[in-house]
Write a new protein. Sequence first.
Length: 215
Amino acid sequence: MRLVVFDLDGTLVDSLQDLAESANELLSECGAPRLPQETVGSLVGDGAATLVAKAFVTAGMPQPPEALERFLNLYNGRLLRFTKPYQGVRELLDTLSRQLKVAVLTNKPLASTRFILDGLDLSRFFGPNDVIGGDGPFPRKPDPSGLLHLVSQADVDPGETLLVGDSVYDWRTAVAARTRGALARYGFGFRTLPLDELDASAVLLDHPLDVLKAL
């Protein structure tokens, strides 16, 4: 491998509590029942708009028209309250960045992504053009456009690229781009991943440092 591309939530950082508390505060404000943290985690992966829509469906209440904006305001106020890198992530990125190119491809908005990476001292591992968010010029995952842009920018082949994520959106992106795919079983997105979609090429990770074995 010459390029390793990481998802953010559920892969590099454990952001579940902040996401769940933001979603539940919104639901409570709207008179809807709160959801278990694990349930909110199962809704993460396809961007904030999908998370909010699915949260109201799961809570059995129509979504108010301003719900997405309210959620973003709530979440942006607590991005780093409990969010932290998974154990081993800094060691992994330090090792990889000395040997090859690393990048981030997430469906989270770019400003929030950079705020988290900066606050957790992870930005130093990624170049200024090596972080792509879900609100940029490329469609969100599982569309492969963002991943293929990173591949082209690094001047490598898709077959020399590993996409590391925790959700079905990450796996489908890797398949569409014809890169290798690795899935973090420790991430909250893996809990609802349809395992029948995986094939023999899928690499399963129980710890971030398992990426080094996958290479």
